[in-house]
Design a protein around this ligand. Structure first.
Ligand code: UD1
Ligand code: UDP
Length: 382
């Protein structure tokens, strides 16, 4: 029997980190030819992930431009995907999550009548503009997809409420699979500055921030809050690998650079980032992926957003929304820095997002869908 040609499409850092273990799992299955098409919506940050996970692209659309707009990303991806699909002739296309690459990848698959599997399906805030444009991207991909790989039961329930009940699997999030390969207790950082931090006696606060809906006033508030936290707390060190987006870098330069006890560094390779997270005290972020990774590592997270599509770790008590108002961020962060019992209540490892076997379930589900397995894989249960 001919091998199934399964083409994974991704382009940004988080998609790559979460798809890397899946590309490898598919490669390990003898019935599958695992193909990899990168849009390179992110250039440097994608290449870094490809290197860490030792991945090679079969096709690279190389679309990134500085300060790219949503329309540019989507149209360049769509045009590039025509050639990729003609060249690689996939039987199924896998897209991940909610980026513009994800939406354009799914739309192009539809135009070519290639079935679509959506990895990390069913996340919702039900607010069209927050996160922007991600909430609409994932809803539009839901309309196109044939198979849905939901990380959690809650994600499956969201789809059910929208009338989607065919081809839906609860698999866990592939990010937990990735984390299992990167975090090690004896890890030595390639970034010397990270080896020199005093993890025992200082409170290392790991920070990231990049969301489009936070551009402007909210990002200014976030930067000023970070400055205030660093200035007011002598036992704290903020470590902030700054996203390469010029909009983010401008906000950092205008409002945060020069504050005491703030380490502004370039984006970290995924293995560096995961091991730093494993050793830090607290995470302050507006990232999606960090909301999944930090709880698995027992680290409290304050989410600098007004909503989250990831309520599971909030329910488990390790993640709290602190919004985007300067005073609120400072108050909630200082509580965790000063109040030991408030900190201990949040600092426990929970894994609502997966058990590290999401990729195996997804591969089994694909084989079952194509009639190459007699049994449907069992759903992931917490
Ligand atoms: C994108 C995704 C967002 C995801 C985030 C992860 C969309 C619309 N947004 O947002 O959902 O959470 O990635 O980080 O899909 N840049 C570089 N080098 C890089 C990466 C980015 O120079 O390796 C700069 C470029 O100037 C680029 C800009 O950052 O134009 C913004 O990148 P873009 O992908 O448009 O937006 P993100 O905020 O990264
Ligand atoms: N990450 C990384 N290096 C960094 C910052 C983040 O490898 O300097 C990883 C992080 O551990 C997570 C992913 O990138 O796996 C999250 O990406 P990002 O926050 O850019 O996007 P989001 O998850 O919000 O879509």
């Amino acid at each position: 029997m001919e091998k199934l040609r399964i083409m994974s499409v991704f382009g940004t850092r988080p998609e790559a980190i979460k798809m890397a273990p899946l590309v490898k799992e598919l490669k390990s299955r003898e019935e599958i030819e695992s193909l990899c098409c990168v849009t390179a919506q992110h250039r440097q940050m994608l290449d870094s992930v490809m290197e860490v996970f030792d991945l090679k692209a079969d096709c690279d659309l190389d679309i990134m431009t500085p300060r790219q707009t949503l329309s540019t990303i989507t149209s360049k991806c769509l045009l590039g995907m025509d050639g990729a699909i003609e060249q690689l002739k996939p039987d199924m296309i896998l897209v991940h999550g909610d980026t513009s690459t994800t939406f354009a990848g799914a739309l192009s698959a539809f135009y070519h009548q290639v079935p679509v599997g959506h990895v990390e399906a069913g996340l919702r805030t039900y607010d069209k503009y927050s996160p922007f444009p991600e909430e609409m991207n994932r809803k539009m991909v839901t309309a196109i997809a044939d198979l849905y790989f939901c990380p959690t039961k809650n994600n499956r329930d969201n789809l059910q409420r929208e009338g989607i009940d065919k081809g839906v699997f609860i698999t866990g999030n592939t990010v937990i699979d990735a984390l299992k390969t990167t975090v090690r207790s004896d890890y030595v950082f390639a970034t010397q500055e990270l080896n020199e931090l005093d993890y025992e006696n200082r409170k290392i606060v790991l920070v990231t921030c990049h969301r489009r809906e936070n551009y402007g006033e909210p990002m200014k508030n976030i930067m000023l809050a970070l400055r205030q936290i660093a200035e007011q707390n002598e036992d704290v060190e903020l470590v902030y690998p700054v996203h390469l987006s010029p909009v983010v870098r401008e906000a950092v330069d205008a409002y945060l650079r020069g504050a005491p006890r703030v380490h502004l560094i370039d984006p970290l390779a995924a293995d560096e980032m995961h091991n730093l997270m494993a050793r830090c005290y607290l995470v302050l972020t507006d990232s999606g992926g960090l909301q999944e990774e930090a709880p698995a590592l027992g680290k409290p997270v304050l989410v600098m957003r007004r909503e989250t599509e990831r309520p599971e770790a909030v329910d488990a008590g390790t993640v709290k929304l602190c919004g985007v108002v300067q005073d609120d961020i400072v108050t909630m962060a200082e509580r965790l820095i000063r109040d030991k019992s408030a900190y201990e209540k949040m600092a426990h490892a929970v894994n609502p997002y997966g058990d590290g076997n999401a990729c195996a379930r997804i591969a089994d589900a694909i084989l079952w869908h194509f009639g190459r397995r007699s049994e449907r894989p069992a759903d992931f249960e917490v």
